[in-house]
Design a protein around this ligand. Structure first.
Ligand code: GRF
Length: 213
C-alpha cells in the first residue's frame, strides 16, 4: 500500500559535516528533473562547512546546529535541536551525507525507517571510517558505495542501492575515493527516488521495489 501522496514532492533534509558533494548531487538531480523531491533544509554541526554554503547558493534553508557537548554523537538536547529543526521544515526523509556523528534512537524514532546514509564501500564490507582506505589496504578488487537505512548499529541497516567501483593497479586512497564519489552522486538520488515514488518496501533486511505506486 502507498502511504504518501506522490502528487507532492518528497521533502528531503540533508545532514552533513563537510564538503557536501552528495548534497550537491541531490540538489542537481532535483533541478535537472531526475529526482522528484525538494530539499527542505540542510543542517550541519560544523559552522563553516561548505555544505551550508552550497545549500544557500540554491536558496535552501541551511543551519549550523551545534552538537555540543559531544564530539562524535548526537544525543540529548543537541539531538532534540536537530529533530525540531527537521520537523519545522516538514522533513519526510533525512539524508546523512558525510555527517560525522552517530545518530541515536530518538532521531531514528522521529523519522522511522526514513533516516538514510551513504557509505563509501560495499557494505557489509569495510564499515566505519575511511572505508576506501580499508578496501585498498585489504587488497579487494572491487569496492563501491552503499545507500542504506540507518539503524542503531554502525553502517548495519538495510541496503537500498549499491554501486560497484573496480580498484585499479595504481590507485591511491585519493584516486579511489574520487571514483567512489562519482558513483555516490548517482546512487543517492537513485535511492531517494525510490522513496519519492513510494516504491521502497522494507522487509527485514531487504529493501525491495514495489510496482504499486
Ligand atoms: C562520502 O564519501 C560519504 O560516503 C561519506 O562521507 C563522504 C561525504 O562526502 N559518508 P561529501 O561531503 O558528500 O562530499
Amino acid at each position: 500500500m502507498c502511504s504518501r501522496s506522490t502528487d507532492s514532492s518528497l521533502k528531503v533534509s540533508v545532514l552533513g559535516s563537510g564538503n557536501g558533494s552528495n548534497c550537491q548531487a541531490i540538489i542537481d538531480a532535483i533541478e535537472q528533473g531526475r529526482l522528484r523531491a525538494t530539499v527542505a533544509c540542510v543542517v550541519s554541526d560544523v559552522e563553516d562547512a561548505p555544505i551550508l554554503e552550497r545549500a544557500r547558493r540554491h536558496g535552501i534553508p541551511a543551519y549550523f546546529v551545534s552538537g555540543a557537548p559531544f564530539k562524535t554523537k548526537l544525543e540529548g538536547d543537541a539531538e532534540q535541536r536537530y529533530i525540531d529543526t527537521l520537523r519545522q521544515h516538514g522533513t519526510e526523509i533525512v539524508a546523512l551525507a558525510g555527517f560525522m556523528r552517530i545518530v541515536k534512537p530518538p532521531l531514528l524514532a522521529a523519522f522511522p525507517q526514513h533516516v538514510i546514509n551513504i557509505h563509501p564501500a560495499l557494505l557489509p564490507a569495510f564499515p566505519g571510517k575511511q572505508s576506501w582506505k580499508q578496501a585498498l589496504e585489504h587488497g579487494v578488487k572491487i569496492t563501491g558505495c552503499t545507500v542504506h537505512i540507518v539503524d542503531e548499529g554502525t553502517d548495519t541497516g538495510p541496503i537500498i542501492v549499491q554501486r560497484a567501483v573496480p580498484i585499479l593497479e595504481n590507485d591511491t586512497p585519493e584516486s579511489l575515493h574520487a571514483r567512489i564519489q562519482v558513483e555516490e552522486h548517482m546512487a543517492y538520488p537513485e535511492a531517494l527516488q525510490q522513496f519519492a515514488d513510494d516504491r521502497a518496501r522494507i522487509k527485514g533486511r531487504r529493501v525491495g521495489l514495489s510496482s504499486e505506486c
